[in-house]
Design a protein around this ligand. Sequence first.
Ligand code: UDP
Ligand code: MG
Length: 329
Amino acid sequence: MASQGNLILISIIIPVFNEEDAIEPFLRRVAQPAETACRLVGPDMSYELLFVDDGSQDGTYAYLMEARLRQPEIEVVSLSRNFGKDAALTAGLHNARGRVIIPMDVDLQDPPEVLPEMVRHWQSGAEVVNVKRSDRLSDTSSKRISAEWFYKVYNRLAERPIPENVGDFRLLDRVVVDALLNMPERARFMKGLVSWVGFHQETVQAKRELRTAGSSKWRPWPLWNFALDGFAGSTTVPLRIWTYIGSAIALSAFLYSLFLVVRRIVAGTDTPGYTSLMVVMLLFGGINFMALGIMGEYIGRIAAEVRGRPLYIERRSTLRDRSAAKNGL
Ligand code: UDP
Ligand code: MG
């Protein structure tokens, strides 16, 4: 058992939201591979399991605090309400103390057995080790198909492509985490950010497994908003494309009116142009609204950045308790 006071090599960050049933199986399965991964580097290396309680309403927090008495690797940061997985991960990154940081889902969909392999890649120089899901059979087909489309469209549009089917389960070196934490934006689309910062990245394969307990916390609507965040957070193509579409339409409209005027002069009075009028009006109305919507996407994000609210609020933290105790408070 890794005792406290050793050098913390690995911080495993686990965001949890109403997961009281999933924690126990996770704790049982993660210890051994985490130990093995530490041993690869040295005998006095240890790891921490940094749980971020993302405003759970069930017994998650109580369970964690109780498990912590038996397992000193556990640390708990508890947020004041549900802020969403990405904010919870950011809270984890801020609090992690390890040389390498590995975010994981608590439902064991990310197999802990890959941990040693990830650390091995890190030892041989990788600063980011991505884990690629070799199959997503455990996800529902609608989720699979929408994910596929998301990657396709995103990688066409974004300046820096993101690797397909790579989730949040990845190893990040301390330097990468510091770089991520230095990025000021609020709409945190982690996958986009990690690909943007660069560094030496490698990829290992793993199967995405079935959820052990509880049910998925993702609903289609938040997932869609998440995808929009991804686009608007990392690309300006949707914004710029309207300049071109707009000019193309304006040009053809100009040519068409020229044609109408000439015909009016040459052939005399036209039949009432109700149809063409309506078509043009509707078309332009529609395009206007679309363009406005896209502007709105970006302006909404500008507003959120300008507001400058914190990404999350901590209610309590075992890490803070510890340093308070050290200072005799
Ligand atoms: N999660 C979270 N806050 C949320 C939603 C999810 O911290 O608002 C956590 C959840 O407890 C789990 C991980 O994020 O540890 C992945 O969630 P889930 O398994 O529901 O997502 P899926 O695997 O279906 O994408
Ligand atoms: Mg899951």
